[in-house]
Structures are given as structure tokens and as C-alpha cells.
Design a protein around this ligand. Structure first.
Ligand code: ADP
Ligand code: MG
Length: 395
């Protein structure tokens, strides 16, 4: 049965997408003896740099997609925003894990919310908005403040807009390109949390500890693990994650972002059928990292233990840190519990995820304080290097 097929070290794994998630997946997979071939529109991106082989071509280049899939045994994804046609072309030969249908649901907010609510999972009240008239009707039934979100291919808060009672709906709608959107109630949450679950082809599941996430300008800023929440809430979050993975008949990794309200209620915000930024801390914080777990799950190997090693915190490093020149790496690593991850991106644009820092500690607070301190010290002025001092002395 091809569904339960196992891929042992030496097999060729293809990865669609070429960003940092693919890079860290490739590091884990190659360490375990797999061959990695990435497919991405970018040449020499974060994943390509660490792959055995990289194809740089457009997702709409059918010949390139088909050629790529002929070189691999198994296909997986580090990025869900892949056109449906591309997934179809790519699915002709290799085993595809997770299934393409899961990507198609997760890449579109409306499909995702409809799937979740039809299956009885808790989500914020929402309505489809495909016209100005529909927008008006949705704004009548969804309490404001609300958020208008673009339907597909959104990330890091792109395409999101707050809608208040006084907002002029017509002018908001005029700015949109007739895209199908979702209007959803703005939730007064106490915390944002996320859970990552892995499911193997034989149905076994392993859930990582629940972590809490702080966003800044809609971009993940800080993750602290394990989440500082009541155990019964953590248990409910893990159960929700497993139930969704089961409902999807998932093989691979699924990250679930949730809002925790002050009354303990959990609402599901978003799904990602792949490793997730809020799981980077597992590299240092857990017995098995999310990336190794992804490899194990899609290859049909036994899943690794997800036990916490130590409280851990992760902060993202955005391109803004490069505004005044190269960050001070040695200052950031002054505390020996801090670890640096850089993604090999050459152009540090503001808001672009360039890397992250992870800190372990005795407690979540200690780990978070270390990670935040380390990031702040990146902006400390660099002391003159020996060469600079020498050249200055010679002048
Ligand atoms: P993205 O695909 O950009 O990650 P999200 O829907 O996860 O989109 O939104 C990004 C962030 O915006 C969330 O993590 C949360 O902080 C905030 N946000 C999104 N939807 C809501 C909502 N309904 N209520 C309150 N905050 C929200
Ligand atoms: Mg999100």
C-alpha cells in the first residue's frame, strides 16, 4: 500500500518552497542521510543553499515541475501557498505528504474556516465577503471591531485591515482587487498560543508542548515554551490539534494557531500543514525538533519524543536590525544559553525574517529575558576590529 510506504535514509526527498523552513528541514534530513532537492522560484535561497540539489523555476513552469518530480521519491512542502495546478503536476509520480488537498484548504482562509466550522471546531465568528453588498451584510452580523482578511496567500498580517463601526466600507472595498475575503470578529484574547502535531502514515501522533506567541505588527516576535497557561487549557489545545490532524487524515506536520480567551475558551485562528515559526524553539528545547519530526513523519519512520528539555524562548530577527549596519553577533551570544540561527538571506529588508535567536533557561521568564536581551544587544555598537585599529594606527 503506497500510503504506508516508508522512505529510508538514502531516499530523495523533494521540497516545494525555498525559505528558512525548508532550510532547517534540509539540515535535519541531510543529517539523517536523506538527499534533498528543493524547488523554489528563488535562486540560491535559504533552502537551496543547504540542499543536495535545487531547482530555481516558477511554480507555473509545468515542465520544470514535472522534471523535478521525476528526480525524487517523496514530495513534501515547506510552504502551502502553491498553486493547485502545480500540486497536481507534482503529484503525478512521487508519494506526496501531506496530501495536496490539505494544502488547498490551508492556503485559503475561507476554505480553512469553512472546513473547521463544518467539522465543529471553534473559530471566531466570520462571513465570506466577495462583493460590497456582501461586505455590508457581513458587517451587520459580525460585531465590530472586526478584521477584513484577504482570502488566499496571506502571511505576516498582509492583506488584513481593521473594520470599526465608523469605517467607510465602500472605500475599504474599493482598495481591494475583488478578491474573496473573510470578515471576522476581532477577538479580545488573553494569549495567542500554538500547537504543533505530527502524524505518521500509520496514524501515530506526537504533539509538541503548547507554546505562547507574541506578535508585533502582525509578525511573530516572541515564542515562549511551554506556554504559561493552566494544564487543562494546554490539554484542550493538544486535543484540538490531534482532532484536526485526524480529521485531515494528515501525514506530516500541522501547526495550529489559537486564541485563548480570558474565560479559558480556545478559538482556532490558522492552520499550517508544515513546520512553523512558533516551533523553531524545539531545535534547542525538545528531545526532537519540529524539523526532524517532519522528516520522520513524512518518511514513515517512528516519531521522535516531543518532551521538553528546558523552558525555551525564541525571538525573530527582522531585517530592521540591519538598518545601521551588521548586527553585533558576538554581543548577542555573550550569554552562553543563547543560540543563533541565520537563514542566509542576502537582503535585509524591514519586516523580513532573517533569522532567530533561541535561549534556554530555568524558567520561561528567564529564557524570554535572555532572548530579548540578546536581541537588544545586537544593536550595541561594534567595537573596532583589530584590523580597523591597526589601519587607524598606520594612518
Ligand atoms: P497571518 O496569515 O498573517 O499570520 P493571522 O490571521 O494569523 O494571519 O493574523 C496575524 C495576527 O493578527 C494574529 O496572530 C493575531 O495577532 C492578529 N489577529 C488576526 N486575526 C485576529 C482576530 N480575529 N482577533 C484578534 N487578533 C487577530
Ligand atoms: Mg498567523
Amino acid at each position: 500500500m503506497s500510503e504506508a510506504k516508508r522512505f529510508l535514509p538514502g531516499a530523495k526527498i523533494g521540497v516545494m518552497g525555498g525559505g528558512q523552513l525548508g532550510r532547517m528541514f534540509a539540515i535535519s534530513a541531510r543529517r539523517m542521510g536523506y538527499h534533498i532537492h528543493t524547488f523554489s522560484p528563488d535562486k540560491n535561497g535559504p533552502a537551496a543553499q543547504l540542499s543536495d540539489r535545487a531547482t530555481a523555476a516558477s511554480f507555473s513552469d509545468e515542465a520544470a515541475v514535472r522534471k523535478f518530480t521525476r528526480t525524487i521519491d517523496l514530495l513534501t512542502f515547506e510552504f502551502e501557498n502553491i498553486p493547485a495546478k502545480t500540486i497536481e503536476w507534482a503529484s503525478s509520480k512521487p508519494v506526496v505528504r501531506p496530501r495536496g488537498e490539505i494544502l488547498l484548504i490551508a492556503q485559503n482562509r475561507l476554505r480553512e474556516k469553512e472546513f473547521l466550522s463544518a467539522a465543529g471546531f471553534p473559530v471566531a465568528p466570520f462571513r465570506k465577503v466577495a462583493s460590497l453588498a456582501e461586505f455590508g451584510r457581513a458587517a451587520e452580523v459580525i460585531d465590530r471591531p472586526a478584521i477584513l482578511k484577504g482570502g488566499s496567500f496571506g502571511y505576516d498580517g498582509k492583506g488584513q485591515e481593521r473594520i470599526d463601526l465608523g469605517t467607510d466600507l465602500e472605500s475599504v472595498w474599493r482598495e481591494r482587487d475583488d478578491e474573496v475575503c473573510v470578515l471576522e470578529k476581532r477577538i479580545e484574547f488573553e494569549k495567542e498560543i500554538s500547537v504543533i502535531v505530527a502524524r505518521a502514515p500509520d496514524g501515530t501522533m506526537a504533539v509538541f508542548p503548547v507554546c505562547e506567541n507574541v506578535h508585533r505588527n502582525h509578525i511573530l516576535d516572541l515564542t515562549v515554551a511551554p506556554a504559561r497557561i493552566e494544564e487543562k487549557v494546554a490539554q484542550a489545545a493538544r486535543e484540538l490539534a490531534c482532532a484536526i490532524a485526524l480529521r485531515f487524515d494528515l501525514v506530516g506536520l500541522l501547526a495550529i494557531e489559537m486564541f485563548l480567551k480570558s474565560d479559558g475558551e480556545l478559538l482556532i485562528n490558522e492552520l499550517a500543514p508544515r513546520p512553523h515559526n512558533s516551533g523553531h524553539w524545539t531545535i534547542e528545547g525538545c528531545v526532537t525538533s519540529q524539523f526532524e519530526q517532519h522528516v520522520r513523519a513524512v518518511c514513515g519512520l517512528p516519531l521522535g519524543a516531543t518532551d521538553l528539555l528546558q523552558p525555551t524562548a525564541m525571538v525573530n530577527l527582522l531585517g530592521d536590525l540591519w538598518t545601521d549596519g551588521e548586527p553585533n553577533w558576538s554581543a548577542a551570544l555573550a550569554e552562553s544559553n543563547v543560540h543563533l540561527h541565520l537563514y542566509g538571506k542576502r537582503h535585509p529588508r524591514p519586516g523580513r525574517k532573517m533569522g532567530h535567536l533561541t535561549a534556554v533557561g530555568q524558567t520561561q521568564d528567564a529564557a524570554a529575558a535572555s532572548a530579548i536581551r540578546a536581541r537588544s544587544s545586537l544593536l550595541e555598537r561594534l567595537p573596532a576590529t583589530r584590523e580597523e585599529q591597526t589601519s587607524f594606527a598606520l594612518r
